[in-house]
Design a protein around this ligand. Structure first.
Ligand SMILES: [Zn+2]
Length: 147
């Protein structure tokens, strides 16, 4: 199948992972790929990204289905491996090897527990949520007392 080249190919869409681990595949990408409701997709993990492509009868990889309105449920195996959480924003790009899904705000997750709420950059490139940060501060304070 021909993959569109030029400006359209690199266009990026952002969707949020909602309850039930669903996100909506933009209609522009569905149309470009010729995917419709009921299309079986293959999910492949490539580093921190997930690549969706046509299953074409290959059952050796993780599959998911395209639902009505372009809804896709992220398979459990995939979200466990990539460590995504609900409410996260996913950048969606139609690439030559498939539809590439990458987290938009990876840096803003707590490095320790993966929380997305009240996360701050406590030191350069280290993002922690207030809970983990407080725990860390208490721990180092306790260490100092016993030392
Ligand atoms: Zn945390």
């Amino acid at each position: 199948m021909a993959v569109p080249t030029g400006n359209g190919a690199e266009r990026q869409y952002v969707r949020t992972v909602t309850t039930g681990w669903r996100f909506t595949l933009p209609s522009q990408i569905r149309e470009a790929r010729g995917w419709d409701e009921g299309t079986v997709l293959r999910a492949r993990i490539a580093g921190e990204s997930v690549i969706l492509c046509d299953a074409r009868g290959q059952a050796d990889e993780i599959t998911c289905y395209l639902g009505s309105g372009g809804k896709v449920v992220i398979p459990a195996e995939v979200r466990e491996k990539v460590g995504w959480s609900l409410g996260e924003r996913v950048a969606i790009r139609n690439g030559p090897q498939g539809v590439v899904l990458t987290l938009c705000c990876r840096r803003d997750r707590c490095r320790s527990c993966g929380n997305l709420h009240s996360v701050t950059e406590v030191i350069d490139n280290l993002f922690l949520c207030s809970e983990c940060w407080n725990r860390y501060v208490e721990m180092t304070a306790a260490k100092r007392r016993t030392a």
